[in-house]
Design a protein. Structure first.
Length: 369
Protein backbone atom coordinates (compact mmCIF):
# COMPACT_ATOMS: atom_id res chain seq x y z
CA UNK A 1 0.00 0.00 0.00
CA UNK A 2 1.29 3.46 -0.91
CA UNK A 3 -0.20 5.65 1.76
CA UNK A 4 -1.47 9.19 1.25
CA UNK A 5 0.26 10.43 4.38
CA UNK A 6 1.85 9.01 7.49
CA UNK A 7 3.90 9.91 10.55
CA UNK A 8 7.62 9.32 10.26
CA UNK A 9 9.52 9.05 13.54
CA UNK A 10 12.74 7.26 14.40
CA UNK A 11 15.27 6.63 17.12
CA UNK A 12 15.68 10.31 18.00
CA UNK A 13 11.98 10.70 18.84
CA UNK A 14 11.94 7.41 20.77
CA UNK A 15 14.99 8.40 22.81
CA UNK A 16 13.49 11.84 23.49
CA UNK A 17 10.24 10.31 24.75
CA UNK A 18 12.13 7.88 27.00
CA UNK A 19 14.12 10.77 28.42
CA UNK A 20 10.93 12.73 29.11
CA UNK A 21 9.38 9.67 30.77
CA UNK A 22 12.50 9.07 32.87
CA UNK A 23 12.27 12.62 34.21
CA UNK A 24 8.85 11.68 35.65
CA UNK A 25 7.46 15.14 35.00
CA UNK A 26 5.05 14.44 32.19
CA UNK A 27 2.95 17.60 32.12
CA UNK A 28 3.92 21.05 30.89
CA UNK A 29 7.43 21.86 32.04
CA UNK A 30 10.95 22.31 30.77
CA UNK A 31 10.55 20.39 27.51
CA UNK A 32 7.64 22.63 26.51
CA UNK A 33 9.56 25.78 27.47
CA UNK A 34 12.52 24.64 25.38
CA UNK A 35 10.30 23.67 22.43
CA UNK A 36 8.74 27.14 22.50
CA UNK A 37 12.16 28.82 22.62
CA UNK A 38 13.44 26.67 19.76
CA UNK A 39 10.34 27.37 17.68
CA UNK A 40 10.76 31.12 18.26
CA UNK A 41 14.41 30.92 17.19
CA UNK A 42 13.44 28.78 14.19
CA UNK A 43 10.82 31.17 12.78
CA UNK A 44 12.94 34.22 13.62
CA UNK A 45 11.86 37.72 14.52
CA UNK A 46 10.87 38.83 17.99
CA UNK A 47 7.94 36.48 18.44
CA UNK A 48 6.01 34.83 21.25
CA UNK A 49 5.29 31.12 20.86
CA UNK A 50 2.57 29.39 22.89
CA UNK A 51 2.50 25.61 22.49
CA UNK A 52 -0.84 23.84 22.85
CA UNK A 53 -2.21 20.33 22.45
CA UNK A 54 -3.71 20.62 18.93
CA UNK A 55 -3.80 23.00 15.98
CA UNK A 56 -7.53 23.32 16.57
CA UNK A 57 -6.86 24.54 20.13
CA UNK A 58 -4.37 27.06 18.69
CA UNK A 59 -7.08 28.46 16.39
CA UNK A 60 -9.64 28.51 19.20
CA UNK A 61 -7.34 30.38 21.61
CA UNK A 62 -6.16 32.81 18.91
CA UNK A 63 -9.76 33.74 18.07
CA UNK A 64 -10.63 34.16 21.75
CA UNK A 65 -7.53 36.31 22.34
CA UNK A 66 -8.55 38.50 19.40
CA UNK A 67 -11.79 39.16 21.28
CA UNK A 68 -14.06 37.21 18.94
CA UNK A 69 -17.22 35.98 20.64
CA UNK A 70 -20.99 35.49 20.47
CA UNK A 71 -22.69 37.62 17.83
CA UNK A 72 -19.51 38.05 15.81
CA UNK A 73 -18.89 36.74 12.30
CA UNK A 74 -15.61 35.34 11.00
CA UNK A 75 -14.81 34.98 7.29
CA UNK A 76 -13.40 31.53 6.48
CA UNK A 77 -12.68 29.79 3.16
CA UNK A 78 -15.14 26.93 2.69
CA UNK A 79 -12.38 24.59 1.48
CA UNK A 80 -10.47 23.87 4.67
CA UNK A 81 -10.31 21.32 7.45
CA UNK A 82 -13.44 21.54 9.61
CA UNK A 83 -11.15 22.54 12.52
CA UNK A 84 -11.38 26.16 11.31
CA UNK A 85 -15.16 26.20 11.41
CA UNK A 86 -15.26 24.42 14.78
CA UNK A 87 -12.78 26.89 16.28
CA UNK A 88 -15.00 29.79 15.21
CA UNK A 89 -18.18 28.24 16.60
CA UNK A 90 -16.28 27.27 19.77
CA UNK A 91 -15.88 30.96 20.68
CA UNK A 92 -19.60 31.43 20.01
CA UNK A 93 -19.09 33.25 16.71
CA UNK A 94 -20.52 32.40 13.29
CA UNK A 95 -18.18 31.15 10.54
CA UNK A 96 -19.10 32.76 7.21
CA UNK A 97 -18.06 30.46 4.38
CA UNK A 98 -16.25 32.30 1.57
CA UNK A 99 -15.20 31.29 -1.90
CA UNK A 100 -11.63 30.37 -2.81
CA UNK A 101 -9.44 31.34 -5.74
CA UNK A 102 -9.72 28.91 -8.62
CA UNK A 103 -5.96 28.49 -9.12
CA UNK A 104 -4.55 28.27 -5.60
CA UNK A 105 -7.65 27.48 -3.50
CA UNK A 106 -6.67 30.31 -1.17
CA UNK A 107 -9.35 32.55 0.37
CA UNK A 108 -10.75 34.89 -2.29
CA UNK A 109 -10.47 38.30 -0.62
CA UNK A 110 -12.89 39.92 -3.06
CA UNK A 111 -15.56 37.32 -2.27
CA UNK A 112 -14.86 37.71 1.47
CA UNK A 113 -15.25 41.47 1.10
CA UNK A 114 -18.76 40.99 -0.28
CA UNK A 115 -19.71 39.07 2.87
CA UNK A 116 -18.64 41.74 5.38
CA UNK A 117 -21.46 42.91 7.66
CA UNK A 118 -21.58 44.99 10.84
CA UNK A 119 -21.00 41.76 12.77
CA UNK A 120 -17.79 40.79 10.92
CA UNK A 121 -14.84 40.87 13.31
CA UNK A 122 -12.16 38.64 11.84
CA UNK A 123 -10.89 36.78 8.82
CA UNK A 124 -9.29 33.34 8.99
CA UNK A 125 -7.19 32.63 5.88
CA UNK A 126 -5.76 29.13 5.40
CA UNK A 127 -2.29 28.49 3.94
CA UNK A 128 -3.80 25.86 1.65
CA UNK A 129 -1.29 23.23 0.51
CA UNK A 130 1.45 25.24 2.28
CA UNK A 131 1.09 28.33 0.10
CA UNK A 132 0.49 31.83 1.47
CA UNK A 133 1.34 34.08 -1.49
CA UNK A 134 -2.04 35.83 -1.15
CA UNK A 135 -1.70 36.67 2.56
CA UNK A 136 -0.81 40.34 1.89
CA UNK A 137 -4.19 40.76 0.11
CA UNK A 138 -5.94 39.46 3.22
CA UNK A 139 -4.14 41.90 5.54
CA UNK A 140 -4.91 44.81 3.18
CA UNK A 141 -8.57 43.90 3.07
CA UNK A 142 -8.75 43.22 6.82
CA UNK A 143 -7.16 46.56 7.60
CA UNK A 144 -9.62 48.48 5.47
CA UNK A 145 -12.53 46.94 7.42
CA UNK A 146 -10.83 46.92 10.84
CA UNK A 147 -10.86 43.11 11.08
CA UNK A 148 -8.49 40.87 13.04
CA UNK A 149 -6.54 38.25 11.11
CA UNK A 150 -5.97 34.75 12.46
CA UNK A 151 -3.83 32.70 10.06
CA UNK A 152 -4.29 28.95 9.80
CA UNK A 153 -0.72 27.92 8.97
CA UNK A 154 -1.30 24.24 9.77
CA UNK A 155 0.07 23.29 6.32
CA UNK A 156 2.96 25.72 6.18
CA UNK A 157 5.31 25.11 9.08
CA UNK A 158 8.84 25.67 7.77
CA UNK A 159 7.73 27.52 4.62
CA UNK A 160 8.93 30.98 3.60
CA UNK A 161 7.34 34.10 2.17
CA UNK A 162 9.42 37.17 1.22
CA UNK A 163 12.51 35.55 2.75
CA UNK A 164 10.83 35.20 6.14
CA UNK A 165 9.72 31.95 7.71
CA UNK A 166 5.98 31.59 8.23
CA UNK A 167 5.29 32.74 11.78
CA UNK A 168 7.96 35.45 11.70
CA UNK A 169 5.27 37.95 10.70
CA UNK A 170 1.51 38.14 11.03
CA UNK A 171 -0.95 38.96 13.78
CA UNK A 172 -1.82 35.50 15.13
CA UNK A 173 -0.35 32.55 13.24
CA UNK A 174 -1.50 29.02 14.16
CA UNK A 175 0.44 25.81 13.50
CA UNK A 176 -0.55 22.18 13.88
CA UNK A 177 1.92 19.46 14.85
CA UNK A 178 -0.46 16.54 14.47
CA UNK A 179 0.97 13.24 13.28
CA UNK A 180 1.08 13.98 9.55
CA UNK A 181 2.01 17.66 9.46
CA UNK A 182 5.42 19.05 8.39
CA UNK A 183 6.73 18.42 11.89
CA UNK A 184 4.84 16.52 14.59
CA UNK A 185 4.75 16.42 18.36
CA UNK A 186 2.38 13.43 18.31
CA UNK A 187 -0.53 15.82 18.48
CA UNK A 188 0.04 19.49 19.14
CA UNK A 189 0.00 23.01 17.87
CA UNK A 190 1.20 26.52 18.57
CA UNK A 191 0.12 30.11 18.29
CA UNK A 192 2.77 32.64 17.27
CA UNK A 193 2.31 36.37 17.69
CA UNK A 194 4.40 39.50 18.01
CA UNK A 195 1.92 41.04 20.44
CA UNK A 196 2.85 40.42 24.08
CA UNK A 197 -0.66 41.16 25.37
CA UNK A 198 -2.27 38.62 23.04
CA UNK A 199 0.46 36.14 24.01
CA UNK A 200 -0.27 36.64 27.71
CA UNK A 201 -3.98 35.98 27.17
CA UNK A 202 -3.28 32.80 25.22
CA UNK A 203 -0.72 31.58 27.77
CA UNK A 204 -3.29 31.91 30.58
CA UNK A 205 -6.20 30.51 28.55
CA UNK A 206 -4.35 27.27 27.72
CA UNK A 207 -4.14 26.55 31.48
CA UNK A 208 -7.75 27.11 32.54
CA UNK A 209 -7.30 30.88 32.65
CA UNK A 210 -5.07 30.64 35.73
CA UNK A 211 -3.08 33.87 35.59
CA UNK A 212 0.66 33.43 35.04
CA UNK A 213 0.53 29.69 35.72
CA UNK A 214 2.92 29.11 32.79
CA UNK A 215 5.83 30.74 34.68
CA UNK A 216 5.24 28.52 37.70
CA UNK A 217 5.08 25.36 35.63
CA UNK A 218 8.30 26.22 33.85
CA UNK A 219 9.94 26.28 37.28
CA UNK A 220 8.50 22.84 38.08
CA UNK A 221 5.74 24.22 40.32
CA UNK A 222 2.17 25.38 39.98
CA UNK A 223 -0.09 28.15 41.29
CA UNK A 224 -1.94 27.51 44.56
CA UNK A 225 -3.49 30.92 45.17
CA UNK A 226 -4.43 32.55 41.91
CA UNK A 227 -7.02 34.53 40.05
CA UNK A 228 -8.97 33.71 36.92
CA UNK A 229 -10.61 36.50 34.97
CA UNK A 230 -11.56 34.81 31.70
CA UNK A 231 -12.61 31.50 30.15
CA UNK A 232 -9.76 29.03 29.86
CA UNK A 233 -9.22 25.44 28.73
CA UNK A 234 -6.91 22.47 29.34
CA UNK A 235 -5.08 23.05 26.08
CA UNK A 236 -1.45 23.01 27.23
CA UNK A 237 1.19 20.79 25.64
CA UNK A 238 2.84 18.00 27.64
CA UNK A 239 6.58 17.39 28.05
CA UNK A 240 6.19 14.09 26.18
CA UNK A 241 4.73 15.85 23.15
CA UNK A 242 7.32 18.64 23.26
CA UNK A 243 10.12 16.06 23.41
CA UNK A 244 8.89 14.57 20.12
CA UNK A 245 8.52 18.04 18.60
CA UNK A 246 12.06 19.02 19.59
CA UNK A 247 13.50 15.87 18.03
CA UNK A 248 11.55 16.58 14.84
CA UNK A 249 12.80 20.16 14.74
CA UNK A 250 16.43 18.99 14.74
CA UNK A 251 15.67 16.98 11.57
CA UNK A 252 13.94 19.86 9.86
CA UNK A 253 16.45 20.56 7.07
CA UNK A 254 16.42 16.94 6.04
CA UNK A 255 12.62 16.58 6.08
CA UNK A 256 12.17 19.88 4.26
CA UNK A 257 14.51 18.97 1.40
CA UNK A 258 12.95 15.49 1.18
CA UNK A 259 9.46 16.93 0.77
CA UNK A 260 10.75 19.46 -1.77
CA UNK A 261 12.47 16.71 -3.73
CA UNK A 262 9.31 14.58 -3.75
CA UNK A 263 7.26 17.51 -5.01
CA UNK A 264 9.74 18.33 -7.73
CA UNK A 265 9.73 14.65 -8.79
CA UNK A 266 5.94 14.81 -9.15
CA UNK A 267 6.16 18.06 -11.12
CA UNK A 268 8.66 16.48 -13.53
CA UNK A 269 6.77 13.21 -13.87
CA UNK A 270 3.49 14.99 -14.56
CA UNK A 271 4.93 17.47 -17.05
CA UNK A 272 3.89 15.49 -20.12
CA UNK A 273 0.44 14.72 -18.74
CA UNK A 274 -1.72 17.79 -19.42
CA UNK A 275 -4.83 16.13 -17.94
CA UNK A 276 -3.25 16.24 -14.49
CA UNK A 277 -2.52 19.80 -13.41
CA UNK A 278 -0.56 20.54 -10.24
CA UNK A 279 -1.73 23.73 -8.49
CA UNK A 280 0.40 26.73 -9.54
CA UNK A 281 1.98 27.24 -6.11
CA UNK A 282 5.26 28.72 -4.95
CA UNK A 283 6.84 25.27 -4.52
CA UNK A 284 10.46 26.48 -4.23
CA UNK A 285 9.71 28.27 -0.96
CA UNK A 286 7.18 25.78 0.38
CA UNK A 287 7.60 22.64 2.39
CA UNK A 288 4.53 20.95 0.99
CA UNK A 289 2.25 19.20 3.46
CA UNK A 290 -0.03 17.90 0.69
CA UNK A 291 0.41 17.66 -3.09
CA UNK A 292 -2.79 18.62 -4.89
CA UNK A 293 -3.53 18.25 -8.60
CA UNK A 294 -6.64 19.00 -10.64
CA UNK A 295 -8.19 16.41 -12.94
CA UNK A 296 -11.32 16.14 -15.07
CA UNK A 297 -14.19 16.05 -12.53
CA UNK A 298 -15.90 13.29 -14.53
CA UNK A 299 -12.84 11.10 -14.12
CA UNK A 300 -11.76 11.89 -10.57
CA UNK A 301 -13.70 9.27 -8.65
CA UNK A 302 -12.90 6.57 -11.23
CA UNK A 303 -9.24 7.49 -11.00
CA UNK A 304 -9.32 7.36 -7.21
CA UNK A 305 -10.90 3.89 -7.28
CA UNK A 306 -8.40 2.66 -9.85
CA UNK A 307 -5.47 3.93 -7.77
CA UNK A 308 -6.90 2.37 -4.62
CA UNK A 309 -7.31 -0.95 -6.43
CA UNK A 310 -3.58 -0.73 -7.19
CA UNK A 311 -2.79 -0.06 -3.53
CA UNK A 312 -2.44 3.72 -3.85
CA UNK A 313 -4.27 5.93 -1.39
CA UNK A 314 -5.37 9.43 -2.43
CA UNK A 315 -7.28 12.22 -0.73
CA UNK A 316 -9.55 15.17 -1.46
CA UNK A 317 -8.66 18.21 0.66
CA UNK A 318 -11.37 19.25 1.60
CA UNK A 319 -15.12 18.65 1.53
CA UNK A 320 -16.65 22.16 1.46
CA UNK A 321 -17.72 23.22 4.95
CA UNK A 322 -20.75 25.16 3.68
CA UNK A 323 -22.28 21.78 2.74
CA UNK A 324 -22.07 20.44 6.32
CA UNK A 325 -25.30 20.24 8.30
CA UNK A 326 -23.94 22.36 11.17
CA UNK A 327 -22.51 25.09 8.91
CA UNK A 328 -24.87 25.08 5.93
CA UNK A 329 -25.01 28.34 4.02
CA UNK A 330 -28.00 29.45 1.97
CA UNK A 331 -25.82 30.79 -0.86
CA UNK A 332 -23.69 28.94 -3.41
CA UNK A 333 -19.92 29.27 -3.67
CA UNK A 334 -19.34 28.63 -7.39
CA UNK A 335 -15.57 28.43 -7.43
CA UNK A 336 -15.38 26.27 -4.31
CA UNK A 337 -17.93 23.86 -5.74
CA UNK A 338 -16.14 23.66 -9.09
CA UNK A 339 -12.63 23.10 -7.71
CA UNK A 340 -13.90 20.63 -5.14
CA UNK A 341 -14.94 18.32 -7.98
CA UNK A 342 -11.47 18.53 -9.58
CA UNK A 343 -8.95 18.25 -6.76
CA UNK A 344 -7.01 15.16 -5.87
CA UNK A 345 -4.19 14.80 -3.33
CA UNK A 346 -1.41 12.36 -4.24
CA UNK A 347 0.68 10.44 -1.67
CA UNK A 348 3.25 12.64 0.08
CA UNK A 349 5.19 11.70 3.19
CA UNK A 350 8.80 11.22 4.27
CA UNK A 351 8.83 7.45 3.62
CA UNK A 352 7.65 7.86 0.03
CA UNK A 353 10.28 6.81 -2.50
CA UNK A 354 10.87 7.81 -6.11
CA UNK A 355 9.88 4.25 -7.16
CA UNK A 356 6.52 4.78 -5.45
CA UNK A 357 6.03 8.05 -7.28
CA UNK A 358 6.77 6.33 -10.59
CA UNK A 359 4.09 3.74 -9.79
CA UNK A 360 1.58 6.44 -8.83
CA UNK A 361 2.14 8.39 -12.06
CA UNK A 362 2.17 5.24 -14.22
CA UNK A 363 -1.14 4.12 -12.77
CA UNK A 364 -2.63 7.59 -13.34
CA UNK A 365 -1.49 7.40 -16.99
CA UNK A 366 -2.84 3.89 -17.37
CA UNK A 367 -6.27 4.95 -16.11
CA UNK A 368 -6.49 8.12 -18.19
CA UNK A 369 -5.50 6.36 -21.46
C1 LIG B 1 -4.38 19.85 10.66
C2 LIG B 1 -5.18 21.06 10.40
C3 LIG B 1 -5.80 21.80 11.43
C4 LIG B 1 -5.96 21.33 12.83
O1 LIG B 1 -4.88 20.86 13.45
P1 LIG B 1 -5.01 19.67 14.54
O2 LIG B 1 -3.65 19.71 15.16
O3 LIG B 1 -5.28 18.41 13.80
O4 LIG B 1 -6.09 20.05 15.50
C5 LIG B 1 -6.41 22.99 11.09
N1 LIG B 1 -6.45 23.43 9.84
C6 LIG B 1 -5.90 22.75 8.82
C7 LIG B 1 -5.99 23.32 7.43
C8 LIG B 1 -5.27 21.53 9.06
O5 LIG B 1 -4.75 20.85 8.04
Amino acid sequence: MIRLSKSTVGDAEKAAVCKALDAEYLGMGDEVRLFEEELAAFVGGDRHVIAVNTGTAALHLALQAAGIGPGDEVLVPSITYVACFQAVSAVGAKPIACDVLQETLFLDSSDAQKRVTKATKAVLPVHYASDSQHIPDVYRFAESYGLSVVEDAAHSFGCERDNLRIGASGNLVCFSFDGIKNITSGEGGAVITGDSELAERIRDARLLGVQKDTEKRYQGGRSWEFDVSSQGYRYHMSNIMAAIGRAQLTKFECSCSKRQRLVSNYLNLLEDLPEVKPLPLNYQHNMSHIFVVKVDPLKREGLRSHLLSQGIETGVHYFPNHWLTYYKSDYPLPCTEKVYSEILSLPLHLDLKFEHQLIVVDEIKRYLK
